[in-house]
Structure formats: C-alpha cells, structure tokens
Design a protein around this ligand. Sequence first.
Ligand code: SAH
Length: 254
Amino acid sequence: MLRPKKSLGQNFLIDKNIINKIINLKNIKNRNILEIGPGCGSLTERILEKKPKSLTLIEKDYKLYEVLKKKYQNNNKVRLFNLDILKIDLEKIINVKSIIFGNLPYNISSQILVKLIKFKNWPPKFTDLVLMFQKEVAEKIAGTTFGRLSIITNYRLKLLNKFNVSPNCFYPKPKITSSVLHLSPIRKEIYKINNLDNLEMITNIFFSNKRKMIKKNFRKILGKKSIKNLNLNLRPADLKSEVYYKITELYEEK
Ligand code: SAH
C-alpha cells in the first residue's frame, strides 16, 4: 500500500461492514455512479460488484490514479479522471441520474458539498449523495448544529439517512468520529433565490457574530425593507432557515 497523504485527507476505509452499509443505502444496479476520491478503491470495488451502468471516478492523487488506471483499464464501464474535484466542471462530467458516493477528504468536505448544492441546473443530474464527513461537520449539515451549512443544505437537499463511523474503520485511524449522510435533492424550489452566493454571503454576515441581534445586519443588507412579524431583536440561530431564504429573495429584488 502507498503511504497515505495527510494533505489529501487520505483515511482509507477498511471495515467491510461499514463499506457494505454505505453501498447498500441505495440500489446501484444499472445506475450511473460517480465516486469522489476513490483512493485505493475500497468502495469502488464493491460498487462494481453491484453492476452499475457506469462508474466515474475522480481522484486527485496521481499515484492512486495510476493504480486505479491499471486496475480498471479493461473495464469499459469505468471512466477515470486524475482531477481536483473542486476545480472541475462537475455538471459537465456527471452522467444523468447519478448516485454520488464519496468518503470525502475532510479538509475540503464542506466545500465539495456546497459545490454540489450550487449546481446551476436544478433538479441536478444526481439523485442521491452518499457522503462521509467528520461527525462535527455532518451535524452542521444535518442541522443538529444549526448554522450556515444547514441553511444552505436545507435549501436544496433533504436528509434521508445518517450513521456514525468509528475511527477504527479507517487506515490510518483519524482522531475524530465520522458520519455518513445520505441526501437527496429537493426537486422543486419553494423559494426563488437566483444566486446561492447571495444566500452564502448573507448567512456569513449574520453568523459572523452569533451573539449579536440581527437588527443591524438586517438593515445593512435590506435597508428599509422588512419582513412581516420578524423580530429584529432575535439572534441569528433563532431564525428558521426559511427566513434566510426570504431575506435573500428580498435582497435580490433590489
Ligand atoms: N474512498 C477511499 C479514500 C477516501 S480518502 C476509501 O474510502 O478508502 C479521500 C480520497 O480523496 C483520497 O483518495 C484522496 O487522494 C482523494 N482526494 C483528496 N482531495 C481530492 C480532490 N480535491 N479531488 C479529488 N480527490 C481528492
């Protein structure tokens, strides 16, 4: 085995039960699959056993890419890219109705999720996301810890399933517990935000000071506009996600 690179967030899954549990969250047979960071292929192998229609792999590490290339060069279902997931036009590469799997590199996991949420075409070309995060980040996404990440996630994704994964299931063993989240896109958007960058910008402003009442920032963003029945003496975490969508809509109307 190659020596794992910390800089690329390489913690390889070695626990067969967990690998099965992940793979079995969704029926893979005859589906298009995309895997982010296949690494040594622990998920990849099992995905292929389930006979997908196609499997697209995106791996940044050239060494691992070479190993995967050798392994799968004669498999015409596999498309392999040696690319950085954050730098590519994923909407172009991805096949229709894909299921996306990934035991994500932890240092960029939320950036990867946000990239998926910001797909320009919605409903997107994926039907399911089955992704591994640090537990702490997973809680921010799922809303157990309410904040920027859950607000932007709630806008376009719903949580179908989650479970924790012990550090013992990886090599090398990470210091923290992990969580797998199974998410799926909400097909119809209820709010009409034109540019999700604005939702990000607005939640960034409010949550940069969680203890502060929202009044001042609300005025800064919306000037004289107002939202019926919204108490401006509340703190950012007291508002529901929907209020942030409404604020963003009003901001975009300017
Ligand atoms: N799926 C494998 C490996 C998980 S570790 C397993 O479960 O065992 C995370 C993987 O993501 C590593 O293979 C790492 O090289 C890869 N990776 C890290 N940064 C990446 C990026 N920006 N784009 C694509 N892959 C990346």
